[in-house]
Ligand binder design. Structure first.
Ligand code: WTA
Length: 655
């Protein structure tokens, strides 16, 4: 195939730092050298089906599968003809007397609520509660194939509800607790949910989230929902509608703990998760059972190099895919101890994360760049007073991490001792696709490094041709993988169009990336966010990272604004760590970017702002900033925006 220059992206980033795996880490790691990684990756690439077929023996099968993969592009079926149960793999498998190692009395979930209340559930106890709750669901008429919406705070009952659905084959749709009643109703209706599980509230900065009130409003507009189960969490004064609403604790009091896991087809849907990313109308991403389960188990073990004694803390809410895959299904299938926290990271003060790591001796900490940038902004004094010596591995997910934020994480949280795994993946991919294996692959700040075994990416231009080495282009995945989405709920046409129509035979991730001379991947941002300056196509993250490398900058977002001469001018929005920004800083930042990455990327406009518009999961919404930079009204969907006042403030500055 010819390689292409047109349509590819320029790169201006200079990042030469490299951090090999620490020797003692590599020595104990599951995959402890680059050669071991390469061997595994090559074996998987040569024989995708043999590779996954062999690993699938690690799951429990009620009925063995007859074929590893049935690929009818773009529709995949993995482990055809087999029967398994995801809840069985997460729980029962660890309880069997023959389990090696035995885990019945091992803590599965260690939890702390925002007010400081705590709970520990061993695998045996978690199993018991899941079985009871599965019987509760059945008693309300829920059967395999029914959709259940879950709108709950981060309490242990949230994974219990998910696992109980999985146990009987009900399909869960978890809706993040920060979403409005409109969003709940839309999701209930699109999925035709029959039941909603919620709570009287959840704690957030000592306030009580009105979860049940939001559900009540949503149920006025959700004709398919018949019943609602309510967990008592905060003691909010709520309305309970007789015949429709039931208390969790009352139903559980009478529920039998005997509930064998239902054998389910490998491709039985496990969950729907609505995502819009930072653009467009939410779509219900569909994941199924066996392939997803195997993929999250193996990626948890590989990327987090899981050991029996680890305390694993992924800070994501279960309302996001990260919470599905790395709070619940991955770590529990792998037999880990998961730590969960209910509330805000800055409550009662800005050191809560560090205080929890110290108190619970967390050994693996996995969070989002937005949380790291917030911690940097809050200041080092919050972290310096805590003993973080229990940590041995750090991770990030959700956005690119600016190299300077990476360095802060490395120094301040990891004390230059812990490898950092920058994991690239998506709701659609089900699990981690690219990441360093911490005992095998040297890291470079800002790069998600290499694909995991079984994942074969490529970088192509808009015609599907591979781009010249080192240049940026569309990131595609060239082979099916077991954790891949199986479609968009109720919309095969959109699935086909969105992910499979633009690059023949490849899955289009929607991100730009480049691959450097060492075979390391660098994610360059969403395709829709590219800037086109004087014929050069620039990525957002490179300009933003140059800004963040200035000591006064906390966060930055770069967008293109129409410009008659250059096509697009570079407009950036910047928040500073402290102090009042002024015109002198503005000039200094322009010079700084020019020096770091060159004149081409020098910002034309710099606007200072106290906050950037973000999705509720913390991603910067550049689409909205683009409208503001162009002086346009915002068109399109803003329902995923976390804080509407941020947009209003940015607009006021306009006037
Ligand atoms: C972005 C979250 C750079 C990317 C698991 C992707 C990243 C989108 C990274 C998916 C990373 C996620 N480096 N960008 N390590 N991880 N992204 O569906 O744009 O919430 O397409 O899944 O987040 O977001 P989603």
């Amino acid at each position: 195939m010819p390689t292409s220059r047109s349509g590819s992206l320029d790169t201006v980033m200079q990042e030469a730092r490299r951090f090999p795996p620490p020797d003692d880490f590599a020595r104990r790691a599951r995959i402890g050298s680059l050669e071991a990684y390469e061997q595994l990756w090559n074996r998987a690439a040569q024989d995708v089906e043999g590779f996954w077929g062999e690993l699938a023996k690690e799951l429990h099968w009620f009925k063995p599968f007859s074929k590893v993969l049935e690929w009818n592009e773009p529709f995949a079926q993995w482990f055809v003809g087999g029967q398994t149960n995801v809840s069985y793999n997460c729980l029962d498998r660890h309880l069997a007397p023959s389990a090696d190692p035995p885990r019945a009395d091992k803590p599965a979930i260690v939890w702390e609520g925002e007010p400081g209340d705590t709970r520990v559930l061993t695998y045996r106890q978690l199993h018991r509660e899941v079985c009871q709750f599965a019987n509760v669901l059945r008693s309300l008429g829920i059967r395999a194939g029914d959709v259940v919406s879950i709108y709950m705070p981060m309490t242990p009952e949230l994974p219990i509800a998910m696992l109980a659905c999985a146990r009987i084959g009900a399909i869960h749709s978890v809706i993040f607790g920060g979403f409005s009643s409109e969003a709940i109703a839309d999701r209930n209706n699109d999925a035709r949910a029959r039941l909603v599980i919620t709570a009287d509230g959840g704690w957030r900065r000592s306030g009580k989230l009105p979860l049940k009130a939001n559900v009540d409003a949503a149920l006025e507009k959700s004709p398919t929902v018949e019943k609602c189960i309510v967990l008592r969490r905060v003691g909010n004064d709520i309305a309970m509608r007789p015949g429709r609403d039931f208390w969790w604790h009352e139903l559980m009091a009478n529920a039998s703990p005997d509930c064998p896991a239902e054998p389910l087809d490998s491709e039985h849907p496990l969950f729907i998760l609505y995502t819009s990313g930072s653009t467009g109308k939410p779509k219900g991403i569909k994941h199924t059972s066996a392939g997803y389960n195997l993929f999250v188990k193996k990626t948890t073990e590989w990327v987090f190099d899981l050991r029996e004694e680890d305390i694993f803390w992924c800070t994501a809410d279960c309302g996001w895919v990260t919470g599905h895959s790395y709070v619940v299904y991955g770590p529990l299938t792998a037999g880990a101890t998961v730590f969960m926290y209910e509330g805000a990271p800055n409550w009662p003060q800005e050191d809560r994360l560090w205080q929890l790591i110290e108190k619970y001796r967390v050994s693996i900490f996995y969070t989002a760049p937005t949380a790291i940038r917030a911690a940097i902004k809050w200041g080092d004094r919050w972290i310096d007073s805590h003993d973080l010596s229990s940590l041995r591995l750090l991770g990030t997910v959700g956005e690119g991490i600016n190299p300077e934020a990476w360095m802060w994480y490395h120094r301040k949280v990891g004390h230059e001792r812990c490898p950092i795994v920058d994991t690239w993946w998506q709701t659609e991919t089900g699990g981690i696709m690219m990441s360093p294996l911490p005992g095998a692959i040297a890291t470079k700040p800002g790069s998600c490094t290499k694909p995991l075994p079984g994942v074969v990416p490529a970088i192509v231009d808009e015609h599907g041709h591979p781009v010249e080495a080192g240049r940026g282009g569309w990131l595609v995945i060239t082979r099916p993988w077991p954790g891949m989405l199986r479609g968009i709920w109720g919309d095969d046409a959109r699935y086909q169009e969105q992910y499979w129509s633009k690059s023949r035979h490849n899955y289009l991730a929607g991100d730009n990336a480049r691959c450097d001379a060492d075979g390391y991947y660098w994610i360059m941002g969403r395709i829709d966010d590219v800037l086109n300056v004087s014929g050069h196509r620039l990525s957002t993250i490179e300009i933003e990272s140059a800004l963040v490398s200035h000591p006064r900058v906390a966060e930055a977002a770069a967008v293109g604004r129409p410009d008659e001469v250059k096509g697009e001018a570079v407009a950036v929005f910047v928040t500073v760590k402290n102090g009042e920004p002024d015109d002198a800083l503005r000039q200094e930042l322009k010079r700084h970017v020019r020096k770091e990455i060159g004149a081409l990327a020098q910002p034309d406009d710099i606007r200072f702002t106290s906050a950037l518009p973000k999705t509720r999961s913390g991603k910067i919404m550049r689409r909205l900033l683009r409208d503001i930079a162009a002086g346009k009204e915002t068109v399109g969907d803003t329902t995923t925006l976390e804080d509407y006042s941020v947009l209003a403030k940015l607009r006021e500055q306009e006037e």
